[in-house]
Structures are given as C-alpha cells and as structure tokens.
Design a protein around this ligand. Structure first.
Ligand code: XMP
Length: 511
C-alpha cells in the first residue's frame, strides 16, 4: 500500500476513471470504490482524503444512491463533486433543488473564498457548471465559497471539518483551473506530499509480492508478449527471481517474428525462466475445417488452457498465478474488492477452478501507467508500445477456415503494413493497425497474364479504449506504398483494400 492514498467513492457515470487518473497525475495514489462501501472498510484503508464523485440523478429520488453516514464522522477531508456535493448538502442538513436546466452550462464563477480550493486563482473564472440539480441551502457549518448567476451555491466549504464541494467537474475542465482545484484539495487542504511515482510504485509492488509469496513458494505466468503480462512478469521476477516460471504458448497464430522477439528478450536478455511451447501443429489440427468465428475462438480458448495447464503441472509446486489484470478491468467488474480472473485476455481465459492464488501486480494501474512502469523496468519499446492483439491471434483475422497458407499470407501483409507505418512515424498514433485476409479471391492481371488470387484488407484505427474507434486518415502516398509492396511481395495476393468504417457500426476486428 502506498504511503498516501485518496479514495474515490463512486456513484457511476463517465468521469470517475478520468478523475482517478487526474489525481494520479498529481503523484497521489488513488483508488475507486463503490459509493456504498462501509465506513469501517474505508477507515481500514487509511485514506488521507476522500472524494464523492459520479452522476446519479437526483438525491431525492426514491432509489437515490447514498453513502454510509458514518463516512462523515471519520475525520477525513472530503470533496464532493456534483452529485457528491448535492448528497453532502442533503445528508448534512442543507437542501437541494432541481434547476430545470441543461446538463452543463458555460458560466462565470465568482470566487468568494480565495483560500481553500480556490487559492491562487482569479476571482472570476469561466467554468461549465453541472446544472440539473443545485444546492439551495448550505448545511450548518458550511459557507458558500463560489457562486454563479445560475447557481448561488456553486461551491461550499466547511473548513472546520475539512469538507469541500463543487458543482463542476475539476477533472474535465481542460484549463489549468480544474487541476489547480484538485491540487489545492490534495496538497493545501489534505496536506499530502504527492510522492507517488513510477519508482515508488515499483518499489512497493516488489516488496508486496515478496511478502505475499514468501521465501519458498513458486509462481507461474502466462506470457503473451503483450504489455500487461510482460510488465507483470518482470515485476514478479524482480521480487522472487527464478521462482517465477513463465509459460509462452505459441499457438501458431502470432504475428511475424513475435515469438522470437518475446523469447529473445525474456530468456536471453533478462535470463528469466520461460518454457516456450510450440503448439502450432496442435492448434492448426484442431482448427482444420472450422469456419465459424465463435467456434474458432472456443477451440483456441479451450486448447490454450489445456496446454497451459499441462505445462504448469510440469512445474509442479507453483502456488501462485501471475496475471496482467489492469485497473479498468477491475473497475468495470464493479467489484473492486473481489479477485477477477480475466476471462478472455492474454492467457486466453483461465478457468476459475485453477488451484492457484492470484498475483495481479498491475490491478490498480491504468494502461498508460503500466507502460511507464514497463519503460522504467527497461522493457523495450516493441513490447511497451505494442498494439493490442487478440488472444486468438490471427485466427480472428483469417476469415473462414484457418490454414497454414492463409496465415502465412496475412502475416506477411501485416508485417509490411506495420513496417511502413513505423517508418512513417505513425505507429504510436494508432490504437491498432493490421491486415485481414477475407475469404475472397478475385481476378487480376500481371505481365504473365490473368491471376485469381486473394484480396488483403487493411485496418488502422484510433481509439481511447476500443469501445469506439475511428479509421485513420493515412496519407495517400503511404497507402500507395503499402499496397504496392503487398501485391509485389506477398504471393497469392493481387488486391489491397482499406477499411474506412468507424466503430460503431463496425468492430475493430473483422472476424
Ligand atoms: P472489437 O473487434 O470487438 O475489438 O472492436 C475491441 C478490442 O478488443 C480486442 N480483442 C481481443 N482482445 N482477446 C483479447 O485480448 C480477444 O479475444 C479479443 N477479441 C478482440 C481487439 O483487438 C480490439 O482491440
């Protein structure tokens, strides 16, 4: 556990993860728990400050979400944001009214108290107020610290109890204003030091893993070459050395050069214990004749588990399983306290009855933080910044039956695409870029005559979280070069098309 922690009690809505990230960007470790977490559980975590955040309708609704009232008695500084502010007003003896207005209104805030949250800021500030419900009367002990024409109580504070509340979202205010309000709360009000860094995270994580695993126990880890499992493995290796046994299952559905690259880094450079299993024949055998995408996924998932279990059994005495679970998975599962076994990522979906205890050193990190930890641990750029890749690999991108020949074609086309994108300096701008082999052949013509060969589809998207995505506007000269190289260098391909569909309505992968 880091020395200083801030806890967000979450009422749902879009902004909570962003708020947690903003707080962490200020070098303060922060976790999100459900709004109804009991006060004794909160106390046990020893947070130095609390935030009530989220959007949950009206505090007077019958089914309105609330907090354990004992939260207000813990003597911990408290910041209420929007719904959190209204809840504090209601719970502590003030009143809230509907404003009958839109969701967010641009307005000018007039600061009435220049110390506290607004220290060092201008007296008049442009903000977007969240205006559906407003505090009408502040609770006893509170004073109005900022107002706006639409909202006489746009911010309030009780300096005695260190309770603060604002009617705007400091995490989405893109000016330096929102950041300054959070800084004032964390450093001025709550007196935090802000010393949470990547280096301190690594130090704490390594110590914690050592304490958990002890001096004798062993751990296994399914390495996929993706950034999460790689960073998790390196952290655990730092903590317990050769008592970590990694298993790398090559299902024959990886990108060009991937297996070699991953193994050469972990085995040759880091001297980690990695069992590499080349199960290509086995997987291709199982996939022979299968065309349905879901059936392909099921086969690959099930076989992956079987191979992994077989290898893990050979290791014998492992008690722990290392997983690269990251914080969005934990928050989205809604049960931050429960251990979550990833069902479809990296290791292809390990069953819950595996007799392992889990080690998830990244379960409180966001993806960009995982990347920074990876960089600090000395992982190479190709691993730290690698695009996401589905567990079932190229089987998803070869439509119809998966054969060795088709895999070879899509792998070569994909390698050319990535090579050209990297050479153009665009790799990091993209969420993903890859080649697909649709089950289509068409007529073409060369100097030697007519051809009847495959078409390759290219996909390149930008995205924040893969939930939505837009197709990338490549420069035409780059598209031309990629297409030209693919038809010249990849046998049995005579046509290249570029997918110009956003998600939704399309997905990122084709399948
Ligand atoms: P779609 O195609 O649904 O994909 O828009 C969203 C994101 O998820 C990735 N993806 C997977 N990742 N195992 C994974 O680890 C899988 O089975 C899987 N299927 C899709 C996809 O690459 C994209 O980033």
């Amino acid at each position: 556990m880091p020395r200083e922690m801030v806890l967000i009690l979450d009422f749902g809505g879009q902004n909570t993860q962003l708020l947690a990230r903003r707080i962490r960007e200020l070098h303060v470790y922060c976790e999100v728990l459900p709004h109804n977490t009991r006060a004794d559980e909160v106390k046990a975590l020893q947070p130095k400050a609390l935030v009530l955040a989220g959007d949950a309708g009206s505090v007077y609704d019958k089914a309105a979400l609330g907090v354990d009232p004992a939260i207000y008695e813990l003597g911990i500084p408290l910041l209420g944001i929007c719904y959190g502010m209204q809840l504090m007003a209601k719970d502590l003896g003030g009143t809230v009214r509907g404003a009958g207005r839109g969701e967010l209104e641009e307005t000018v805030l007039t600061v009435r108290k220049m110390d506290g949250l607004f220290a060092g800021l201008e007296e008049k500030i442009n903000v977007r107020l969240s205006c559906k419900d407003l505090v009408a009367k502040v609770p006893p002990g509170f004073a109005v610290s900022a107002s706006a024409p639409e909202a006489p109580v746009a911010a309030m504070e009780d300096t005695q109890r260190q309770f603060y509340a604002v009617q705007f979202h400091p995490e989405v205010e893109n000016s330096s204003f929102g950041r300054a309000v959070l800084q004032n709360y964390l450093f001025r009000v709550a007196g935090l030091a802000g010393d949470w860094t990547v280096a301190s995270f690594i130090e704490d994580a390594v110590r914690q893993i050592r304490e958990t695993v002890g001096d004798d126990a062993h751990a296994v880890c399914g390495l996929s070459g993706g950034v999460d499992s790689s960073v998790a493995a390196v952290l655990v290796h730092r903590a317990i050395g050769d008592r970590l046994h990694c298993i790398f299952v090559d299902h024959g559905l990886l990108r060009k050069g991937e297996a070699k690259q991953v193994l050469s880094f972990f085995c040759d450079r880091l001297r980690m214990q990695v069992t590499a299993v080349d199960a290509t024949e086995h997987f291709l055998g199982k996939l022979a004749g299968v065309r349905d995408p879901e059936a392909k996924r099921k086969i690959i998932g099930a076989e992956f588990i079987r191979v992994f279990e077989q290898e893990a059994a050979k290791i014998g005495n492992a008690d722990y399983l290392v997983q690269g679970t990251v914080y969005p998975d934990v928050i989205e599962s809604g049960t931050a306290a429960a251990a979550v076994v990833k069902t479809h990522h990296n290791v292809g979906g390990l069953p819950e009855d595996l007799k392992f205890r889990l080690i998830e050193p990244l379960r409180y990190l966001f993806k960009d933080e995982v990347r920074r930890v990876g960089e600090a641990l000395g992982l190479p750029e190709e691993i730290v910044w690698r695009h996401p890749f589905p567990g079932p690999g190229l089987a998803v991108r070869v439509l119809g039956e998966v054969t060795r020949e088709k895999l070879e074609i899509v792998r070569e086309a994909d390698a050319i695409l990535l090579e050209e994108i990297k050479a153009y300096g665009l790799y990091r701008e993209l969420w993903q870029a890859f080649a697909i082999l649709p089950d289509i052949r068409s007529v073409g013509v060369t100097e030697e005559g007519r051809t009847y060969a495959y078409a390759i589809a290219l996909r390149a998207v930008t995205s924040q979280d893969a939930m939505t995505a837009d197709w990338y506007r490549f420069p035409y000269d780059l598209l031309a070069r990629i297409s030209d190289r693919i038809v010249r260098e990849v046998p049995r391909v005579n046509r290249v098309v570029y997918d110009i569909t956003a998600k939704p309505p399309a997905t990122i992968e084709w399948e």
